[in-house]
Ligand binder design. Structure first.
Ligand code: PBG
Length: 327
């Protein structure tokens, strides 16, 4: 046969395949989401996310040590308060659950980079991501609260703030408040293209944050849209976002790529709870191999162009990267 171009030539051995790999991964790009609850001595497994737990602050050394050992050094904190009210006051309580987790971690594990998720849905009695006006969230009224939460998280030691509420103008409001309070060096990683997604199902059980009525479609994005995602990303950057995010990751590779090509800031992708649960549950049935699927999903997100990958598989993935299985 007279075939000059033979792509298979570069696939002939493992060594060569690794040499010509186009996507390289590094554990420093991984972020691990962590749920913190009130109380003491608690490590509760989340039923819909086998292998994921809600820890009380005093039990945080366990996951922190595990992360350290795996080489993962960034955590995204979610707080689950005992007390919820109309205005989500637990979110800006100086002694709130996330603030305590941040203080504890910065004190005992100063090498761990602490990102604070900023949203009200875990703290409000109605489960929506802001202050209600009738059946809907009042955008502008919510902004003041978000700013206040951000400042209290920074005061507690957050290294970075991650607003996930999807209100208009929140990045500007948060940036302004942080700057006014002397936190000019605390970056904002904005959940910019965050879709109203059924992939968040297990998270809402984990964080006890399902809306009491309605859904989040008046603030989170419609998943039919791509131009709108680019608009959201651009607005957040104009307002001062240091890093932008696409969320979920698995079904949104097209947008990770488009955003990566469009902007000049780092791009994060969040492989959400439903992605994790789907892998776990399907693997248990024996239909797929958990580790292989996890690796393939991560490589796909990085190939799509993300610089930072937020995943519940951070530890396991780090082990695979360090062992040379992927990346
Ligand atoms: C808070 C928030 C959610 C997630 C991250 N921050 C839930 C939601 O918007 O309903 C989802 C994370 C996941 O599913 O892993 N607003």
């Amino acid at each position: 046969m007279n075939i000059t171009r033979r792509p298979r030539r570069l696939r002939s051995s493992s060594l060569l395949r690794k040499m010509v790999r186009e996507t390289r991964m590094d554990v420093s790009a991984l972020v691990y989401p962590l749920f913190v609850v009130e109380g003491e001595g608690k490590k509760e497994e989340i039923a819909s996310m086998p292998g994921q737990y809600r820890y009380s602050v005093d039990r945080l050394p366990e996951p922190m040590e595990e992360l350290r050992q795996a080489g993962v050094s960034a955590v995204l904190f979610f707080g689950i308060p005992d007390h919820k009210d109309e205005t989500g006051s637990g979110a800006y309580d100086p002694d709130g659950i996330v603030q305590r987790a941040l203080r504890y971690t910065k004190k005992h594990f100063p090498d761990i980079y602490c990102i604070a998720d900023l949203c009200m849905c875990e703290y409000t009695s109605h489960g929506h991501c802001g202050i209600l006006c009738g059946q809907d969230v009042d955008n502008d009224k919510t902004l003041g609260y978000l700013a206040r939460i951000a400042v209290s998280q920074a005061q507690a030691g957050a290294d970075m703030i991650a607003p996930s509420d999807m209100m208009d103008g929140r990045v500007a409001a948060i940036r302004g408040a942080l700057d006014q309070n002397g936190y000019t060096e605390v970056p904002i990683i904005a959940y910019s293209a965050k879709f109203a997604s059924s992939f968040y199902g297990p998270f809402r059980e984990a964080a006890d944050s399902a809306p009491a009525f309605g859904d989040r479609k008046t603030y989170q994005m419609d998943y039919h849209n791509r131009l709108e995602a680019l608009k959201e990303v651009q607005l957040d950057i104009e307002e001062g976002a240091d890093i932008v995010m696409v969320k979920p990751a698995l079904a949104y590779g097209d947008l990770i790529r488009e955003v990566r090509d469009l902007v000049r800031v780092p791009v994060a992708a969040y492989s959400v709870s439903g992605e994790y649960a789907m892998v776990k549950m399907t693997a248990v049935s024996g239909a797929v191999d958990e580790e292989n699927i996890m690796c393939e999903m991560a490589a796909a997100a990085f190939r799509a162009g993300c610089d930072i990958y937020i995943t519940y598989f951070a530890k396991e993935l780090a082990r695979c990267i360090n062992a040379g299985k992927i990346g």
